[in-house]
Design a protein. Structure first.
Length: 70
């Protein structure tokens, strides 16, 4: 997509590790600042046949990189 210069972070499935989308960390153009903190999930990468009777844990906290593990 070409809608401006952004810094993004991948969003991945905590069960299988597949990348399923991205989150806008920062926008470098003033007109694109509204995207910061928003995310995009790619429908084609998400499995439809999920057993919702099973328990799920969704970690919505920002993860730390290896350099930040102090």
């Amino acid at each position: 997509m070409l809608s401006g210069i952004h810094t993004v972070a991948d969003i991945f499935c905590c069960c299988c590790g597949q990348i399923i989308g991205w989150k806008y960390e920062s926008a470098h153009e003033k007109s694109q600042k509204y995207k910061e903190g928003k995310f995009v999930l790619e429908r084609g990468r998400i499995v439809d046949d999920v057993d919702f009777s099973a328990e799920f844990y969704i970690d919505s906290r920002a993860s730390m990189s290896d350099g930040e593990d102090s």
